[in-house]
Write a protein that binds this ligand. Structure first.
Ligand SMILES: Cc1ncc(COP(=O)(O)O)c(C=O)c1O
Length: 335
């Protein structure tokens, strides 16, 4: 086997935190690990549904979107679900709905994918990073409390790698100061906190259905944004600032809106995919446990769950389990 192929395998299989282990490739037989082999529903279910929508003459936002929102709401136990064309759009909309404006501060975390903080910049605000908890890399409510100022308008908390943030402690801090919480649950579909599915604990909760997430729809991902305060205002934000149901001659645009809505094509894929969600999530959890066992003995590393997996509130990692690379003196994660 050629060495450059081996290096390619290692690069594909290993995120930056692993470089220390794989810096010297040896000529051994390596099977690349398919990190992102996403689930897609069987053709015989998906294609007829898709064909029906594609040739229906209604491919933009319509009945399929409403059905998907209803079905997803049933899944997370919250009927207030709004869909957006991506998780990033949903986060931006949630920040607007939370009242975040230019010049405000939003407390967030650096332990996330770029879109979490970009959405804050899209809203014209400044991300202020709180520290994370050593045990799992999630935002630390005590650190959040220390960073709140008179300019703080919202707190964005990421359930990193699918492991829920300490929501009760975070909400205590937020409620004491009257600040809304936006949960970035892009990694955490199906996770529970206090035995309640994520999607109901905070003012806004974003799930992502981007191409490599648990429930993917297509490359153009769609994200419901659930929570306590999704409302007609949310519908206007996602549709040019207008009430889409108003007569065209009576439209009154009073606020800046966006083209952030989901379409029927993505919605129907989502509905069919949702029918398979239980085994897909079970598989993610089983894969996580497999990596726990397989990587558990690597010297100098430790799992960053912070609690034994069997006690976890069904957090499921989308790819590799998180590993704290203590030997490198940094708290990094491969998830
Ligand atoms: C933590 C986190 N937040 C936000 C996003 C953005 O979601 P989307 O790709 O659906 O815009 C992602 C996507 O990768 C993510 O991992």
């Amino acid at each position: 086997m050629r060495e450059d192929f081996l290096i390619g395998c290692f690069r594909a299989a290993a995120a930056p935190g692993y470089n220390g282990f794989f810096s010297r490739p040896r000529a051994v037989t390596v099977k690349p690990i398919p990190l992102f082999r996403v689930f897609m529903s069987p053709r015989e279910q998906l294609l007829p549904a898709l064909e029906r929508v594609l040739y229906s003459g209604q491919i933009s936002e319509g009945a399929e979107v409403e059905s998907f929102e209803r079905e997803f709401g049933e899944f997370i136990g919250n009927p207030q679900v709004l869909s957006f064309y991506s998780g990033t759009a949903a986060l931006h909309a949630a920040l607007i709905l939370a009242g975040v404006k230019r010049g405000d501060e939003v407390i967030s975390t650096a332990m996330t994918a770029e879109p979490t903080n970009l959405a804050i910049l899209h809203a014209g605000a400044t991300p202020v990073w709180a520290d994370v908890e050593r045990r799992n890399g999630n935002i630390d409510p005590d650190s959040v409390a220390e960073r709140i100022t008179s300019a703080t308008r919202a707190i964005v908390a990421v359930h990193y790698g699918g492991i829920p943030v300490a929501i009760a402690r975070l909400r205590e801090v937020a409620e004491r100061r009257g600040i809304p919480v936006i949960e970035d649950a892009a990694h955490a579909l199906g996770a529970r906190y206090g035995n309640v599915p994520l999607g109901t604990h905070s003012e806004y909760v974003m799930f992502s259905f981007q191409a490599i997430k648990h429930l993917t729809r297509s490359t153009a991902a769609c994200s419901p944004c659930a929570g306590r305060r999704m409302s007609r205002a949310g519908r206007r934000v996602r549709w040019f600032g207008m009430d889409r149901k108003a007569l065209r001659t009576e439209v009154d645009v009073r606020e800046v809106g966006y083209k952030y809505h989901m379409n029927n094509v993505n919605a129907v894929i989502g509905s069919v995919q949702l029918g398979h969600i239980a085994p897909v999530l079970a598989r993610h959890v089983a894969n996580g446990k497999y990596f726990d066992r397989a990587l558990g003995g690597i010297p100098g590393s430790s799992f960053s769950h912070g609690t034994r997996r069997r006690n976890l509130p069904i957090g499921s990692t989308p790819c590799l389990p998180k590993i704290a690379m203590r030997s490198r003196g940094a708290w990094t994660s491969t998830a």
